[in-house]
Design a protein around this ligand. Structure first.
Ligand code: SF4
Ligand code: MSK
Length: 633
């Protein structure tokens, strides 16, 4: 691969360096495999193929010729809506199953059945317990946690018929969800019901299918994801701002390098603790290393950065490249966003690829199953495998980029409010005065169809230049971290108003709020501002964006953000263009239903313009007429 071609693939200079190594060593990556897939199937891109039953597979002619219907009679509207709803179901299931795993660990911990875990944030435990109607008076924290976990478990089934955290939205939004019929009743039920409604011979009204898709997405955003976030905070601590480093330069030539990758913090927290165990450090020294270095990829990285300040090696498209540095002794994976290609890539080096979840085993990987009851012991065994592998590293094949970039993470809702002095009022005042024009949430993945990190970074830069505070999660936050936007000094790149506020508070103009499930933190901030202003979330000068999204989880996130009343722009085109009706419902019609729509714009400069215009329109509607603060001459 030519250097120019590599520069076209990514703006991450450390990724460029390793892509060159990959080409020299003939190791293929997602970019190469994308090329081998081209041209991709037009029916798939438009969402008009169906294989929901054995009368098919069926496909619809995109130009209006025959066939216009599948064997059962489903037309393009039904097929596109069913496919999209199933994407939401898969995404909501992934987030919510993660939430369930956290609840189980909290429950086991409360019963004293785990080794290594504790209730770290007792204040938050009590606050959430009160929200769930758990009586506190004088009870031990374990007792409270057990009852709280059991109440949360009920929300996954059908005993309760409602989701507690949905009560956090302003009354106007509650009424809207009830009137439209999309109030989430249970976390699992709405997901299962999507699968039922999209089975052959059930739902045949595209709008009705999609409305239920929104309902299931709400059971993710205000249910499974929010449970994952809040209950993780109880177990591992509510994040506070902390500094760390990001990009492949965080790897260390003289140390045992362990990468943790995936999403769920329950195992990675233990691996971090085990890396600090004196016995393990001593063993590393015996093997000739100067210690043990742990770094993360994807949202496991975000979880550990937020709470422990652990450095980040990269986002989604960096996972294979980390292995290609030749410097990783073990890559420990839990679940979600793990490329199956990791197995063959790891086999080209000395790296041990270790799977830990029975839900995400991989051919060719070593499986060390995680059990909460023996969590620390398993964490230590994993670290031992890595340390003992150090002597197998081939120094001639190691290439570690230099110059990791500083970043700051840890902006939980609580941390943001604390930075503001204890209430959201100063933020609201800054919005009213026009110093901050509005807030944009940038979330989601990387996608090799889009120049790696380019859309995230270009969009964030233009938004902060225009005094829009950017909050981020997932791979978007990692992209902006690598570009140097997650440090207080980046305020110099912001417009005058945002610069003034960020400098006064000592915060970056782009705030890292955590992992994918932590998009729920963004919902909480939006709900708190709307309540303080006594308006609906859809009235606020806020917007969402998923500039490089690829996963079904991102579809669920986008859907619950829109259903919560927040206009959302997608950088990659979703597979819906095969139905004019579905496309028009998503991009226009939803405004009359939930007060927000999706837009699609692959160019990040234009994406920024859409968001800026939207925010200015919302300001006008709220009577906020102050112009932006002019730059001093
Ligand atoms: Fe074809 Fe209908 Fe079966 Fe889908 S459900 S494969 S459109 S017959
Ligand atoms: S990790 S879902 S690639 S953001 Fe949460 Fe990144 Fe997207 Fe996975």
């Amino acid at each position: 691969m030519m250097k120019e071609e590599i520069f076209e693939k990514t703006i991450d200079t450390t990724a460029q360096q390793i892509l060159e190594k990959a080409a020299e060593e003939h190791i293929d990556t997602a970019w190469d495999r994308l090329e081998s897939q081209e041209p991709q199937c037009g029916y798939g891109l438009l969402g008009i193929c169906c294989r929901n039953c054995a009368m098919g597979p069926c496909r619809i002619d995109p130009f209006g010729n025959e066939p216009t219907r599948g064997v059962c009679g489903a037309d393009s509207d039904i097929i596109v809506a069913r496919n999209l709803a199933r994407m939401i179901a898969a995404g909501a299931a992934a987030h919510s199953d993660h939430g369930r795993d956290i609840v189980e660990v909290l429950h086991l911990t409360a019963e004293g059945k785990t080794l290594g875990y504790q209730i770290t944030d007792e204040e938050k435990l009590k606050r959430i317990a009160q929200e769930y109607g758990v009586v506190l008076d004088g009870r031990a924290k374990e007792d409270i946690a057990k009852e709280l976990a059991e109440k949360a478990m009920d929300e996954f089934g059908m005993m309760k018929n409602t989701i507690q955290f949905a009560e956090r939205v302003p009354d106007k939004r509650k009424d809207l969800w009830k009137n439209v019929g999309i109030w989430p009743r249970s976390i699992d039920r709405e997901i299962v019901e999507i699968m039922h409604r999209t089975h052959i011979g059930v739902g045949a009204d595209y709008a009705n299918i999609l409305l239920h898709g929104l309902r299931a997405s709400l059971s993710d955003g205000w249910g499974g994801s929010m449970v994952a976030t809040e209950f993780s905070d109880i177990l591992f601590g509510t994040p506070e701002p902390k500094e760390s480093l990001v990009n492949l330069g965080v790897l260390k030539e003289d140390m045992v390098n362990i990468i943790v990758h995936g999403h769920n913090p329950v195992l990675s927290e233990m691996v971090v603790d085990a890396c600090r165990d004196s016995e393990m450090i001593e063993l590393a020294k015996q093997k000739g290393a100067n210690g043990i270095n742990i770094a993360g990829i994807c949202c496991t990285a975000n979880e550990l950065l937020m709470r422990k300040g652990i450095p980040i090696a990269g986002n989604f498209l960096v996972q294979e490249l980390a292995l290609i540095t030749g410097a990783i002794e073990a890559m420990v994976i839990d679940y979600q966003c793990l490329m199956p290609a990791l197995s063959s890539t790891a086999s080209c080096y000395h790296t041990k690829l270790i799977t830990t979840s029975p839900k995400a085993k991989m051919q060719g990987a070593m499986h060390m199953e995680f059990e909460p009851e023996r969590a620390y012991e398993i964490g230590k065994n994993i670290v031992k495998e890595a340390v003992e592998n150090f002597e197998n590293r081939n120094p001639d094949r190691v290439n570690i980029p230099k110059n990791p970039v500083k970043l700051m993470g840890g902006f939980s809702t609580e941390a943001i409010i604390k930075a503001l002095g204890g209430t959201v009022e100063p933020l609201i005042d800054a919005i009213k005065e026009g110093k901050i024009r509005g807030i944009a949430a940038l979330v989601g993945c990387n996608n090799p169809k889009i120049k790696h990190d380019y859309n995230h970074v270009t969009l964030a830069k233009k938004l902060i230049e225009n005094d829009i505070l950017v909050v981020e999660t997932g791979c978007s936050a990692i992209a902006c971290g690598k570009a140097g936007l997650l440090v207080p000094e980046a305020a110099d790149q912001a417009g005058e108003g945002l610069k003034e506020i960020a400098k006064a508070l000592g915060i970056p103009p782009v705030l890292h709020m955590g992992s994918c499930v932590d998009c729920s933190r963004i919902l909480n901030v939006a709900a708190a501002i709307a309540k303080a202003l006594n308006v609906d979330i859809s009235d606020l000068p806020v917007a969402g964006a998923a500039p490089e999204w690829m996963s079904e989880k991102a579809v669920s996130i986008g859907s619950y953000v829109v259903a919560s009343g927040i206009y959302t722009v997608l950088g990659a085109i979703p597979p819906v263009l095969g139905s004019k009706n579905v496309t028009s419902l998503l991009t226009q019609g939803l405004n009359d239903v939930v007060g927000a729509t999706f837009a699609v714009e692959p160019d990040p400069e234009k994406e920024a313009d859409l968001i800026i215009n939207h925010i200015e329109e919302k300001r006008k509607a709220l009577g906020l007429t102050q112009p932006p603060i002019a730059a001093p001459i």
